[in-house]
Structures are given as structure tokens and as C-alpha cells.
Design a protein around this ligand. Structure first.
Ligand code: ATP
Ligand code: MG
Length: 562
């Protein structure tokens, strides 16, 4: 079962087009494919394509194939295939067929022979530079190759020998015979096959000729009976070639290609070449580093499939390029987790606080709601003891007037507990505050006459005795500028934000959180939404902050945008 599309899904031209094609009786169902090249992990841009490709058949009836589009022998790896399957499934989608473009190599070879036999393809023995130089420009027509009018029998013989390994790499190519004066350069006798003696991760050394992307892609669509081949705008200029090949080949179906704009997000990079560099040069911990826009990274960071799908649906599908603020992605996560995440207390930067009038060696179990607006999530009990920890930032010795947290002589409510007053500040030899001594007002507990007494501030806390120690990782934007490497004069690596990861080694968590496992999520009250990281071990939990409670970035981004 595929995840349903959110009811707020806006109308878009691809939906309109598909609806019309069905109405016109061109198809009885919608068949799409998601065609990743397995040379890296999927990123949030791919998620946009995935959501679209799965949403259309889910809405109109039909199905989606997952096709590994690896006609290129270099770089593809099994681990990328495995990660792609894991990520698509995690996003909530079920593909019908798992397909591999190299499985069509034999058919594609037959198709090439078909073109040769019809005088629509020829073997060109010129080198790549000459072919490129003859292609012409937008204003000048190209130049015909001297091999263009080779007899069919000779083309057939040469192409068969190309396949059999009779020629060196680069000695010749197979080209479509279309029109060297075509206004669209892609139609100027494009290359269909190259000789490359490289190992392919699926076909091994079976082939020494490999089809070009343009020759493989549309034909793979046709073989799979794809009705609508949805792709990004950079393929728009290739559509006439896509159509020409479908027109002239004995393919079993006639797919149409429809293009939409890529998703771009600020303060990050999305090209696989750049992501690969970040991983291989060790700027991040791996493809699933929580600062990366990869699906694996976002999952580890704490993003939910629901939030990613809602984001992809809401940004819509258009033909105009735009850059979406990273904060939009975060907003969707916040909206999702606000509703679903149970509340807990955790102190990230602990400061010891002694309740001088709380009985020594006693534990009082206080009731606390798991979610303030959702009573269905029930109650939990949190231990109060004489010694607790509060957030270091929640105390200020020389506090300005508007500081409503704890200050000498001031009062504050401890969340889910009672009001306390700060009576004494203890410092070490360096003048650093190391302990606060406070008295509690027992009358202000829930159920007591003073329960409603108001003070301006409420802070969270944990029992020193019961708290579990944890490492907490806080994340900021991976890059310090909205468009890393944008002006091209600077390598994008130079724009990395060296403050993108902050590790807090001595956080203290409400008891029970140490047992939480990846996949669970919590709101640490006042601090943000957090998830357990797979680096955690029993007795040594690690938590990631997925997102803060409030958006501190939206304002800044607005300013940058001007
Ligand atoms: P890159 O240029 O980063 O290497 P790619 O487009 O080559 O990415 P593929 O694995 O070929 O990556 O992409 C699979 C599918 O995902 C394609 O249909 C492609 O159009 C789509 N896709 C890739 N990036 C984006 C993006 N940023 N927004 C929307 N769709 C995308
Ligand atoms: Mg690609």
C-alpha cells in the first residue's frame, strides 16, 4: 500500500494532463517509474520525484516501478541499490516491479540493429572531439560525418563487431541518423552506443558497448509500459529525441515524457557529485550524517516520512525553478511532531540545584501529562528529589529586567512540580556558578491551595539521582551561505559551516529515555524535538535534535533574501 497523498495537495499541470489522458481513453491506468542511478544515496530532491511518481498512480489507479537506471558501468554499487530501496520503502511507498535498465541491454542492442537496418543509424569512426566539433551551435547547423552514408550491411557488420569486442575503446560509436541541421542539437545524429571496456556491477564483463542515457531511458520506459515518464527540466530538450526513438523503434508501448522543475533548497547541496565529495573527503560522517539532505540523513536527524511527504506535496509541481528555504522543511517536521511527540524533560547543559527544604533521601513521584493537548497520550510519573539539575541558561546572576527565569532572590515554577525561590548562589574558586540553593513552596503543588499561584517563568528540570546521562547532538545548517559555491569562484567546500554540529557530552535525561530506540521521537520540553541516534548504546544513549521548537532561521533567511 502506498502512502496516501495529503488532502491539501494542490492541483498541478501533471495531474491535469494525466486526468485528461485517462478521460481521452489513451490509457486505462497510470504507470510511472522512479529511475535513480545507483551512484549515491537518495536526497530530498529525489523525494519530490518519488512522491509525484507514486502519488499519481495512487490517485488515478495504476502502479509505479522502481528502476535502477544504471547503464553507466562506472561507480554504481550494490550498497546504493540497497539504500535506495530502504529509503523509498521508508517514505511509505511500495513499487510494483524492481527493474534494472541493464536487463534490457539485449533488447536495446536489437533496437539498435533495427535502426541500422532502416538506415536510421550508422557507425562513425571519428573521435569524440571531431564529432563534438561537427555538431554545430545554436546558430550554425552541424556538419555531416563522412561515415554518415555508409551502407546498411557495413554498419551492421561493424556494430556486431563492436559488440564482439573487435575494436578498441573509443575507436568508433553508433549514431542515430536524424538531421545535422536540426534546430535542436540533441537531434543532430546523437551517439547511441560507445565502446567501453569496463566492468558493470550487474552484467559483469558481458558487454563492451554501452548505450547512451538517451537511447536507454525512453526504451526502458516503453518496455515497462510506462504511460507517463516524469522527469526534471534538464531533459526537456531531449524530448524530441525521446519521441523520435519511440516513433522509429518496434517498442511495445508509447510513453510520453513530461518535465517538471527540480527541487532546490538553500544552505545545502543536492547534486550527487557534491554529496559524494562531502562523504568521501570526510566533511561529514557518512551518507546518513544528520546534516545532509539525504533521506538517510534526514531520517537519522529525526525527520518523519509524514513530514517529508507533506513538504513534497505542498511545494507542488511546476515548470519554474525556485529555491525553497530549508526552514520550510523544518516547519513540516515541527507541525508533524507537535501533534505526535510525547513530552519529556531533559537538561542539556546541567546546573545543580539543591532544594533545601525538600526531605533528604526521599523521592516524590509527580504526575506529568505526556502531551498537553492530547490526553490520549496519558500521564507519566517523574521523580522529584532534593538535588535536581536545571538548564544552565535558565539561571542568570545579573539578570536583566525581562529575564523571567531564575535569578538570585527570584521565583520560578518547576515544570510539573512547584514554585521555588533562589536563596543562595554557590561559586567555585574561578567565580563560576556551580550550585544553586533554593527553597520550594509545597503549597504550589498540583492539588494544593497554591497550585494556581502564578510566576512569570516555568523551567524544566530532572532529578539528579534518577537522571540518565546522555550525549546530545545539536545541528545547524551544513553551510554558512544560502547558495554554497554559488558564484563558482569559490569551491562549495569553503562554505561549510564549522559550527554545524555541537556535541553536549553531559546532558541529563528524564528516566526511561535511555531505553528509547531509533524511530521514536520526543519533545524535550522547551528544547526541541529529539530522537535517539543509532550511535547510542545501552547505558550510553545519544540523542539528536531534529528541530528546535521555534523557527530561529525563517527571520534570518528572509533578511538574506531581502
Ligand atoms: P544528480 O544530478 O544529483 O546526480 P540525478 O538527477 O542524476 O541527480 P538520478 O538518480 O538520475 O539523479 O535521479 C533519479 C530521478 O530523480 C530522476 O528522475 C531525476 O529527475 C529525479 N531528481 C533528481 N534530483 C531531483 C531534484 N532535485 N528534484 C526533483 N527531482 C529530482
Ligand atoms: Mg542522473
Amino acid at each position: 500500500m502506498n502512502a496516501p497523498e495529503s488532502p491539501s495537495a494542490p492541483a498541478h499541470f501533471i495531474r491535469t494532463r494525466i486526468a485528461r489522458d485517462l478521460e481521452d481513453g489513451l490509457h486505462t491506468q497510470v504507470v510511472t517509474r522512479f529511475p535513480p542511478e545507483p551512484n549515491g544515496f537518495l536526497h530530498i530532491g529525489h523525494a519530490k520525484s518519488i512522491v509525484l511518481n507514486f502519488a499519481m498512480p495512487t490517485e488515478f489507479g495504476g502502479y509505479t516501478n522502481l528502476r535502477f537506471d544504471d547503464t553507466n558501468p562506472a561507480r554504481e554499487e550494490q550498497r546504493f541499490i540497497d539504500s535506495i530501496k530502504e529509503d523509498v520503502a521508508w517514505l511509505g511507498y511500495d513499487w510494483k516491479n524492481e527493474c534494472y535498465a541493464p536487463d534490457y541491454f539485449e533488447t536495446l542492442y536489437e533496437y539498435a540493429l533495427h535502426l541500422i537496418d532502416h538506415g536510421l543509424a550508422y557507425v562513425d569512426e571519428q573521435d569524440a572531439d571531431t564529432i563534438r566539433a561537427q555538431r554545430g551551435t545554436l546558430t550554425d547547423a552541424g556538419v555531416n560525418s563522412p561515415f554518415r552514408d555508409r551502407p546498411v550491411a557495413e554498419n551492421r557488420d561493424l556494430f556486431q563487431r563492436m559488440r564482439a569486442g573487435g575494436f578498441a575503446d573509443g575507436a568508433m560509436v553508433l549514431r542515430a541518423r536524424i538531421d545535422m541541421a536540426a534546430p535542436n542539437i540533441n537531434l543532430r545524429d546523437p551517439v547511441l552506443y560507445r565502446i567501453r571496456r569496463e566492468h558493470h556491477h550487474r552484467t559483469g564483463n558481458d558487454w563492451c558497448i554501452y548505450p547512451s542515457y538517451d537511447f536507454a531511458h525512453g526504451q526502458s520506459d516503453a518496455i515497462e509500459h510506462i504511460t507517463h515518464s516524469l522527469c526534471t527540466l534538464e531533459f526537456e530538450d531531449h524530448r524530441p529525441l525521446y519521441d523520435w526513438l519511440i516513433e522509429h523503434l518496434p517498442v511495445p508501448s508509447r510513453p510520453v515524457q513530461i518535465e517538471f522543475s527540480r527541487l532546490n533548497i538553500d544552505f545545502t547541496v543536492m547534486s550527487k557529485r557534491r554529496l559524494t565529495r562531502l562523504v568521501e573527503e570526510g566533511h561529514v560522517s557518512g551518507w546518513d550524517d544528520p546534516r545532509l539532505p539525504t533521506i538517510a540523513g534526514l531520517r537519522r536527524r529525526g525527520f518523519t516520512p509524514e513530514a517529508i511527504r507533506a513538504f513534497c506535496t505542498e511545494i507542488g509541481v511546476t515548470k519554474s525553478e525556485s529555491v525553497i528555504p530549508f526552514s520550510e522543511l523544518e516547519r513540516h517536521l515541527r507541525e508533524d511532531l507537535n501533534v505526535r511527540a510525547p513530552r519529556r524533560m531533559a537538561v542539556l547543559r546541567p546546573l545543580k540545584l539543591v532544594l533545601t527544604n525538600f526531605p533528604d533521601a526521599e523521592t516524590e513521584w509527580l504526575e506529568a501529562p505526556n502531551h498537553p493537548q492530547n490526553p490520549d497520550l496519558g500521564l507519566r510519573r517523574v521523580p522529584m528529589t532534593r538535588e535536581i539539575f536545571i538548564e544552565r541558561d535558565d539561571f542568570m546572576e545579573q539578570a536583566p529586567k525581562k529575564f523571567f527565569r531564575l535569578k538570585p532572590g527570584g521565583e520560578v515554577r518547576l515544570r510539573n512540580a512547584f514554585i521555588i525561590r533562589c536563596d543562595e548562589v554557590i561559586k567555585n574558586g574561578d567565580g563560576e556558578v556551580i550550585e544553586l540553593r533554593c527553597s520550594m513552596d509545597p503549597e504550589t503543588r498540583s492539588g494544593q491551595p497554591g497550585a494556581d499561584r502564578k510566576v512569570k517563568g516555568t523551567i524544566h528540570w530532572v532529578s539528579a539521582e534518577h537522571a540518565e546521562r546522555a550525549q546530545v547532538r545539536l545541528y545547524d545548517r551544513l553551510f554558512g551561505v544560502p547558495h554554497p559555491g554559488g558564484d563558482r569562484a569559490v569551491d562549495f567546500i569553503e562554505h561549510l559551516n564549522d559550527q554545524s554540529l555541537e556535541i553536549l557530552a553531559d546532558a541529563r535525561l528524564e528516566p526511561g529515555l535511555g531505553e528509547a530506540r531509533p524511530g521514536q521521537f520526543f519533545q524535550f520540553e522547551r528544547m526541541g524535538y529529539f530522537v535517539p541516534d543509532p550511535d547510542g548504546r545501552p547505558g550510553a544513549p545519544v540523542f539528536n535534535r531534529a528541530v528546535t521548537l521555534r523557527d530561529t532561521w525563517a527571520r534570518l533567511e528572509k533578511q538574506l533574501r531581502g
